[in-house]
Design a protein around this ligand. Structure first.
Ligand code: ACM
Length: 541
């Protein structure tokens, strides 16, 4: 049946089918309304079938239900799908399980079910089959860096559809960085009036002599954010917002110079950064800065219902704090252990602030420096070590090690890879990625909430470049996150590649500009645009 991600159990009758037609009814039980809407809108568009409401006992009906027995056996995200000559029954452990089952149903109908209008003369039939399925992890994430290159709202919505098709359920939106601020904050309009735009952009990685001399930017008005969040929720996807503090903050400082270390830099002269790397311009550790960001987070909590809120915390260069008399006085006043203590104070403040508002802080693994409060969770990006340390200290973790699942890294050796960054991380490498660090005990491993792939966009200037870096590797990642695969060395790569042959046709129907197995198409290359390839294999876990 060529399903991706591979279900837990599936059996099919070869050559026996349930035919769908204009009279095929959809009988949706309580709790399945979102899937009902999605099936009519999405599958309806692809097949031209109206899927009218019908009687659950009627002939040939597609029946959706939430079933407590499925909840018990497979959890809220699990589902059972039975296609018989009399009809199809999709039972979820909860509303989300029904939705993931509907994604399986779409794959069973063939690649043309991924189009937006029906091709003439197509027959729509489901193989007689039984599928029983549930995810390995509850956090199956994708990070989109909409700060380095802005991703217009429509492209974000499209990625939510692509995530849903791969049963991924967390969109981590990296909304702020040195190079741009992307979310409207009504009480601080300059964050987007000034902070969302840069005058020019380096084309290629840091060493590139090339510049794109046109202004770049954009931001999401609050109603666009609400639309993104609602569109995600219809697809059982949670959007986790990230506002990066106290580093990666030059765009905010360019908008409000008082947020920076004014005693050591002329922050009024700063603009949104037009280069790549880590800016030394970090937030000043003052009460005013903290109050300002509380105002930002207040509006953010109103926009994003997600339990987890990401505060960044990564790569905060400490040089300005070392030189700043005000920062040094702050360290003494608060009795902190140097500049690292200041960073921990910053993060600790928002940890407590979010907790009292019923939310949980999550941050990059640098937030472990200085100790973490009870409910905080960690995104382990610098390899496995942060995740291991956090889980051993009793913190929840999301595994997103850069050496394995940073999709900005190049996916093949050779001159043809566009703007090559980092290690070679092939489709096979991602397929063999194991999210749970082997050194954890079973008890500690329970803190691994799941895993996340990251799409950092310094060298991805448009949707085509994002597609190229993200696919096909996101399909392998989805299987790692959803399916219960054997240990990395025993995974059936040949079987996965066989299923991928069909999956490429689904991606074609969806209009995804993936990297073809034989290498980039001519227009996918970027000859002469320097990247920053790293040679050799990534360091061991
Ligand atoms: C990161 O890549 N700095 C989280």
């Amino acid at each position: 049946m060529d399903l991706i991600p591979e279900p837990r159990q599936a059996t099919a009758h070869a050559d026996r089918f349930l035919e769908l037609g204009p009279r095929t009814a959809l009988a949706a039980g309580t709790g399945t309304e979102r899937t009902e809407r999605w099936l009519r809108a999405t599958l309806g568009a692809a097949t031209g079938l109206p899927l009218p409401p019908g009687d659950p006992g009627g002939p040939g009906v597609l029946r959706l239900s939430v079933d407590p027995r499925v909840t018990e056996d497979l959890g809220a995200e699990g589902y059972r799908l039975a296609v018989t000559p009399d009809g199809a029954h999709l039972a979820g452990g909860g509303p989300a399980g029904v939705f993931w089952g509907a994604q399986t149903l779409r794959q069973l109908l063939g690649p043309d079910a991924f189009r937006r209008a029906p091709l003439p003369g197509r027959r729509w039939r489901l193989p007689l089959t039984r599928v029983e399925d549930s995810p390995r992890f509850g956090w199956r994430g994708l990070l989109l860096d909409v700060a380095r290159h802005f991703m217009p709202k429509d492209d974000v919505l499209r990625y939510l559809d692509l995530m849903a098709a791969h049963k991924l359920n967390v969109l981590h939106l990296h909304l702020t960085d040195d190079q741009g601020w992307r979310v409207e904050i009504r009480r601080y309009p300059k964050l987007t009036e000034t902070g969302a735009w840069r005058a020019r952009t380096r084309f290629g990685h840091r060493a590139s002599p090339l510049w794109e001399p046109k202004p770049h930017g954009g931001f999401y008005p609050q109603d666009d954010i609400r639309e993104i969040v609602a569109y995600a929720a219809e697809r059982h996807i949670t959007v986790v917002p990230e506002i990066d503090v106290p580093g990666h903050s030059q765009a905010a400082i360019a908008a409000y110079p008082e947020l920076g270390n004014t005693d050591v830099v002329d922050t009024a002269a700063l603009s949104v950064w037009d280069d790549w790397g880590i800016s030394p311009n970090v937030l000043a550790p003052t009460d005013d800065t903290v109050r300002f960001y509380e105002g930002v987070f207040e509006e953010l909590l109103d926009l994003f219902p997600s339990r987890f809120v990401h505060v960044g915390g990564d790569e905060c260069l400490k040089d300005q704090w070392r030189r700043s008399p005000a920062a040094q006085a702050r360290i003494r006043e608060l009795g902190l252990a140097g500049e690292d203590g200041l960073q921990a104070w910053f993060i600790g403040h928002f940890d407590a602030w979010l907790s009292t508002r019923g939310r949980r802080l999550i941050g990059w693994d640098e937030i472990l420096q200085g100790g973490l409060a009870e409910g905080a969770a960690v995104s382990s990006w610098r390899g496995y070590a942060g995740g291991v340390a956090a889980a051993r200290a009793g913190h929840d973790v999301v595994m997103c090690p850069e050496q394995y699942v940073y999709l900005d890294h190049r996916q093949a050796p050779g001159e043809d890879e566009p703007v090559p960054i980092g290690y070679v991380r092939t489709l096979e490498d991602v397929y063999r990625f194991e999210p749970v660090p082997p050194q954890l005990t079973e008890e500690e491993a329970r803190h691994v909430l799941g895993t996340q792939a990251s799409v950092w966009t310094e060298v991805m200037e448009d949707r085509g470049r994002v597609d190229y870096q993200t696919f096909p590797r996101l399909a392998a990642f989805a299987e790692v996150a959803w399916s219960r695969l054997p240990p990395p060395g025993q995974r059936d790569l040949a079987g996965f590649e066989r299923r991928m042959a069909v999956h490429y046709r689904r991606l074609d129907a969806l209009g995804v500009a993936y990297r073809p197995p034989a290498g980039p198409r001519p227009w996918q290359r970027r000859p002469g645009v320097p990247g920053r390839p790293v040679e050799g294999a990534p360091p061991n876990r």
